[in-house]
Design a protein around this ligand. Structure first.
Ligand SMILES: C[S@@+](CC[C@H](N)C(=O)[O-])C[C@H]1O[C@@H](n2cnc3c(N)ncnc32)[C@H](O)[C@@H]1O
Length: 222
C-alpha cells in the first residue's frame, strides 16, 4: 500500500462501521480509560487512530505506519479537522493529542512504555508475523492493554469468493484486488495462537470475530 493512488483509495473507502465497532470493543474489554499513551500500529490514514483519540480524549494517541503516502493523508486529515474546528475543546483530538510517526516495522526507533498497543489489519501485511509480536513486546508497558484485529483466512476458495462478493462487490477494482489478496494472506486463529506461543505471549487470547476477523486481546504481563 505504498502508492499514493492505493492509499487514497483505501482512505476513501468507508470502514466506519467496523472501525467504530473495534473501538467500542476495546472499551468493552478494557474500560473507559486506557492510560496516558496509546499506539496504533500500521495506522494507515488514521481511521482507528482518530477514533481512539475521540473515545479516549485524555490519552495521547500515536499512529505509526511505514507508508509515507498513508501518513500524508493522516496528517492532512488532522490539519483539516483543526481548521474546521474554531474552538477545539480541551483534550480533544484537535488539541494535539494525535500524532503520527513514520516507521517501517520492525523499528528500533520506537520507544516503549505504551499503556495500550492497538493494531487493525496490519498482521497479514507482514512477511514475518513475528515482527508484530516483537513490536508489541518492544512497546508495551507492564500491564498494557493489547488489542489486535485482523482478517481471518477463509477455509477455502469458495468462502473467500463469498466474502469478496459480500463485502467488496461495490468497491473500486484496486480495493477488491487488495481485499482478495489480504484474505489469502491472512492467518487462522490456530496460526496466530502458534505465533503467540513462539513469541512468549501465550497469555493473549485469540478469537474469531464475525465471519472474517480475528482478534487478539489481553494485558501485557507485569
Ligand atoms: C490495511 S492498512 C490498515 C490501516 C489502518 N490500521 C486501518 O485500520 O485503517 C495496513 C497498513 O499497514 C501498513 N504497513 C504494512 N507493513 C508495515 C510495516 N512493516 N510497518 C509499518 N506499517 C506497515 C501499510 O502501510 C498500511 O497503511
Amino acid at each position: 500500500m505504498d502508492g499514493a493512488e492505493q492509499a487514497q483509495a483505501y482512505a476513501d473507502a468507508d470502514f466506519s462501521a467496523t472501525d467504530q465497532a473495534m473501538v467500542e470493543r476495546i472499551a468493552v474489554c478494557f474500560g473507559s480509560h486506557l492510560g496516558e499513551r496509546i499506539i496504533d500500529l500500521g495506522c494507515g490514514p488514521g481511521n482507528i487512530t482518530f477514533r481512539l483519540a475521540s473515545r479516549y480524549p485524555s490519552s495521547q494517541v500515536v499512529g505509526v505506519d511505514g507508508s509515507g503516502a498513508m501518513l500524508a493523508i493522516a496528517i492532512a486529515r488532522k490539519e483539516q479537522q483543526k481548521q474546521q474546528q474554531q474552538q477545539p475543546p480541551q483534550g480533544s483530538i484537535l488539541s494535539g493529542v494525535v500524532s503520527f510517526e513514520q516507521a517501517l516495522l520492525p523499528s528500533l526507533q520506537l520507544k516503549g512504555g505504551y499503556d495500550a498497543v492497538v493494531s487493525n489489519s496490519l498482521l497479514h501485511h507482514l512477511h514475518d508475523p513475528q515482527v508484530l509480536w516483537s513490536t508489541v513486546r518492544q512497546l508495551a508497558a507492564p500491564g498494557a492493554a493489547i488489542y489486535i484485529r485482523d482478517l481471518r483466512r477463509p477455509a477455502d476458495q469458495a468462502a473467500l469468493d463469498r466474502l469478496v462478493a459480500t463485502y467488496a462487490a461495490g468497491a473500486p477494482p484496486v480495493l477488491q484486488h487488495d481485499y482478495r489478496h489480504s484474505l489469502r494472506a491472512a492467518f487462522t486463529v490456530h496460526e496466530v495462537e502458534d505465533q503467540l506461543r513462539q513469541a512468549g505471549l501465550e497469555q493473549l487470547l485469540v478469537g474469531a470475530v464475525e465471519d472474517r476477523y480475528l482478534e487478539v486481546i489481553g494485558r501485557y504481563p507485569v
